[in-house]
Every structure is written in C-alpha cells, then in structure tokens.
Write a protein that binds this ligand. Structure first.
Ligand SMILES: Cc1ncc(COP(=O)(O)O)c(C=O)c1O
Length: 349
C-alpha cells in the first residue's frame, strides 16, 4: 500500500477488493474494445458505490474526534447521502440530511432507503439545469441549506449529540475531501494488482464524473504508480472546463495532503461533457439505451444519474472512433443503483 495512505485512520465499512469482471458480450456488441467492469457498486455498504471507500477514511476521523451524529447535503436521490446514512448507522451514529428536490423527491429509491435507515431528511426546492455555458441551481436550496443544517446541529445538541456537517464538495480546505480523493489513489493500487493478476494491459479508465474527487484520486494514483492507463471522466453535472479545474485543484491538494511528490496539469485531464442532457439527473435517450444494453448483455444494472450516462458516453465515443477496437477499457461502475427505482416512469415508458 502507498505508505502515506496506510498512515491515515480507517474504519472497515465495505468489502475490498471489488471485482474486476470481463464484459465480453458488451464488448462484442460494441464491435471491439475489450471492456472490463470494476464493480464499485459491490462495495457492500447499503447498496454499494464509490463513496464507501471515501467514508472508510472520513468516518474513522469523525469517530476519533468524538462526533456521534453526521449531517450532509445533496440532491434528494443522492447516493452520497445514502452511503453517509448507512455508514453512520453501522457506527452507531445518528444522521440527518438537507436535500435539493432535484428530479425525483418522492419517497422512492435512495429516499426510501433513508426512510428504512431511520434518518431525517429535509427537502428544499432546487434543481440543477444547464443554462448556456453553466449549470444553474434553481430554487431556495442554495440560500437556505446552511441555515437548515445549522438548525439540525442545534437539534442534535439539544439531544446530547455532537454533530458534524460533511460536505460532498470539492473545497480543498476541507480535509475530508482530500481523504475522499486519497481513497481513489488507493483504489488504483488495488486495480493495478487485479490487472496484473488477470494479465490485462488496460489503456483507459472510463467513469462518471460529478464533483471530480474520484477522478482526482484516480489520476493521482495512476501518476504515482507510473501506470500508462488514462482516466477519462464523463461529466454528469458540470461542463468540461469546470470538471478539469476541479480535478487539477483536488488532485494537487491531495498530493500535498499525502506528501506525494507529483502534480497534475490541466492538459493531462480528460473530461467529456456531451452526455448529461438538460442537466444533473435529467433523462436522456442515450442513458436509457445504455442501461438496457448493459443489463441485457451482462446482467448488470447501471444507474440513471451517473453510470448510465457514463456508459452512454463510452458507447458514443466507441462509435466515434475515440476508442479503438484494439483498446482495453476499464469501466468503473461507481454505484447508484437505488435511484433506478425513482426513475421507474421514465425507464418503463
Ligand atoms: C454513483 C456515483 N457515481 C459517480 C459519482 C461521482 O463521483 P465524484 O463526485 O467524485 O466525481 C457519484 C457521486 O455522487 C455517484 O454517486
């Protein structure tokens, strides 16, 4: 293990290594590139996903500091919030969330699972839409969320609990974000061993990119371990320029945090922003085709907000010749499956 990561406090929440599986039928339907799927949807906590790795580091630190309640914020079908809720429960903590309503604020998918976990949810009005060169967050969520989270901290305090607010953001002054990216530096080492054991020489890592902390960790891991595999992010919520900035800033802050002597420049970062449609969580025809294709060739479910759109990007980039039939691609399935159930009408119609 990279010694700098080994030194970080860590609590076991998931099952690692996650499988690296050959997707032979999918590859052959797409006419060529060898595709393997890294099953981060099988991390084991709740219904799996990429945030489990990050939370192993974050929650260890939170426990060590004596917190016994966590509060966070994101969209109503947020996989991050679900993973935080499940991790909190596993460690005997309380949890509460402030969500923006997004596309599906009904008690389905992730919100249904929150209900079973018995954590509090407050939903404010808000939706992320594509307006010209920018994503815009509509509604009162942006102006109200901090006040509402403050109220939740106070309520926990009245109950004798010590609550911490966790941000899923890319603020490099927040050490928890850097621990999050560090978890994916660690994941690269895990993947390297699997590729070696399976005798696979991979050219690309393709995955869904939201805030970019996963990408930051992956690109840093690849550089530190001197691998020739190239990470390619498929944006689900932000334009390319912003995605690249997030990755560079985060990767370099994480390198500093871990004491690694490497740095990342913008020209090294690849992000495609052609596949999120009208905005975050908004339906596209391509994602629908992608999730059906992967289910019907591999028996694997992707999600509607992240991995379905990433796969739609991969399929299109293969069609356009960006990836060649001789390439080997590792698609990282970062989880998110519960949200499928919230999108039942779009998917079934
Ligand atoms: C299922 C899934 N995939 C991918 C991502 C993107 O990760 P990042 O925000 O680190 O880019 C997320 C983030 O919430 C997610 O829930």
């Amino acid at each position: 293990m990279i010694p700098e990561i080994e030194k970080l406090p860590r609590v076991k929440l998931g099952f690692f290594p996650t499988p690296l599986a050959e997707a032979q039928r999918l590859s052959s339907v797409l006419g060529g590139p060898r595709i393997l799927i890294k099953r981060e949807d099988l991390t084991g906590l709740a219904l799996g996903g990429n945030k489990c790795r990050k939370l192993e580091f974050m929650m260890a630190d939170i426990e060590e500091k004596g917190y016994d309640a966590v509060i966070s914020t994101a969209g109503s079908q947020s996989n991050w919030c679900l993973q935080v809720a499940a991790a909190a429960r596993k460690l005997g903590m309380e949890a509460a969330f402030v969500h923006f309503s997004g596309v599906h604020p009904e008690v389905q998918g992730n919100l249904l699972l929150h209900n079973i976990l018995g954590v509090q949810n407050k939903i404010l009005e808000g939706r992320i839409k594509w307006e010209g060169p920018r994503m815009v967050l509509t509604g009162n969520y942006a102006t109200e969320k901090d006040r509402v989270m403050g109220q939740l901290v106070e309520k926990f305090r009245e109950k004798g609990r010590k609550a911490i607010i966790l941000n899923a953001g890319v603020d490099i002054n927040d050490p928890y974000n850097l621990q999050g990216a560090s978890a994916y530096v660690d994941a690269v080492e895990e993947l390297e061993k699997q590729l070696e054991a399976q005798n696979v020489d991979a050219n690309y890592l393709v995955f869904a990119q939201g805030l970019g902390t996963t990408h930051a960790g992956l690109i840093l891991g690849v550089k530190v371990l001197k691998l020739s595999i190239k990470p390619v992010g498929i944006a689900v919520s932000r334009p390319t320029a912003e995605g690249i900035d997030n990755v560079v800033i985060n990767a370099n802050a994480t390198a500093k945090f871990l004491g690694l002597d490497v740095s990342i420049t913008p020209d090294e970062v690849t992000v495609y922003d052609d596949y999120f449609g009208a905005g975050y969580g908004e339906m596209t025809e391509q994602f629908l085709e992608a999730i059906k294709l992967v289910a019907q060739t591999e028996g694997i479910f992707l999600d509607p907000v992240y991995t379905g759109k990433a796969m739609a990007g991969l399929i299109d980039l293969i069609k356009k010749g960006r990836f060649k039939s001789t390439d080997t691609i590792v698609f990282i399935h970062t989880g998110g499956i519960p949200a499928l159930f919230a999108y039942n009408k779009e998917i079934a119609s």
